[in-house]
Design a protein around this ligand. Sequence first.
Ligand code: SF4
Length: 328
Amino acid sequence: MQNSNISNKILKWYDNNKRNLPWRKKTSIKNREYFTLVSEFMLQQTQVKTVIPYFENFIKNFPNLKSLAKSSDQKVLKHWEGLGYYSRARNLKKTAIKLLNEFKGELPKDIDKLKTLPGIGEYTSRSILAIAHNEPYIPMDGNVERIIKRVFLLKTNDEVSKENLNKKKSFFGFSKRSSDYAQAIMEIGALICKPLLPSCSHCPLAKNCKAFRKKDFLIKSKSKFNKIKYFEANVYRYKNKYLLIKNKKFNFLKNLVIFPMKEINHKKFKYSVHKKINVKMSNMNMKIIINKNNKIKKTRDSLFLDKSNINKYILPSFTKKIFNSVSY
Ligand code: SF4
C-alpha cells in the first residue's frame, strides 16, 4: 500500500475521532505557537489527562509569552505545583524570556535554533516543528514507537533499536497536513493502540498490521523500574504549626518546601515502629517514616506553617501527604 493511502486513512480517522484538547483549539498563529510550547513542556513525562487542567489554569494566568516572562519564578512554580519535574517550569520561563529577547517573540523554524532554548531537546523540537509550524516531522514518542513495533511485529533487541524504529517510521510517509498528521499518529497510539488492550477493530492500520494478523500484541520494551528510596521525615510541631524547610539538600525538587528529612537504609525503615507512608514519584518510589519529635530544631531556612498558610508555598506531593497525615 502506498504511504499516501496510509496517511489518508490515518487523517480520516483523526478527523472523526480526535480529542478536543485545549491546546488544539482554533486560534491565532501566535497563540498556537504559545499553546504548543506550554503543552509540549507539560506533556514531557506527564499524561494528557493530567496535563489538561494544569494547561487551562496556566494559560488563564499566563496568557502569552510576555506575561510568562515577567512573572516571578515563585508564581510560575505555584501554577505548576503537583505536575512534578519542576525544572520544566523554570526552563519554560527561561525559554519565554529568550524568545522575547532573541527571537522577536517567535518560535524559530530551525531545529538547531529551537534546541538552543532551555528545556527543548530533540523530541520537543520535532514536536514543535510539526505541531506549531506544520513541518514534516513525526516525533517518536512512546505511542508512535508502540504502533511501529506492532505494525512490523518487532521483537528482538536489534529490531526495537532506536535506529531501526526510526527507519521503520518511513512506513507513515508524510502529509501536507503535517501538524495534524503527527498528532493523529500519536492519537492512535493513545486511544487505540493502547499498551495492554489495543482496539484493533477501530484502527485504521489493522490491514497493515502484523501484530493484528498474528494476534500477538506483546511489546518488547526496555524495562523501567523506579528505584525505591527510604527516608525519615522529622515532624516538629509547635501549637498548630509545623516546621518545614526549603529543600537545599536533595537533588530532586530543589528549593521546594519539605519536612526536615534524611535518606535511610532499608533495614532502618523495615524495623521502625513509626508511621510509614509510600509516595510514588515519577522517577522513584519513596518510602517514608514519619518521626514525630518534641524538640524543635530550627535552621536558617525554617518555616512554621499551619493549614491556613501552607498553600502559599510550593509543596511536593510527599510533603502534602506527610502534612495531611499528621495535621488535624
Ligand atoms: S491494528 Fe491493533 S495492534 Fe495494529 S496498530 Fe492498530 S491497534 Fe495497534
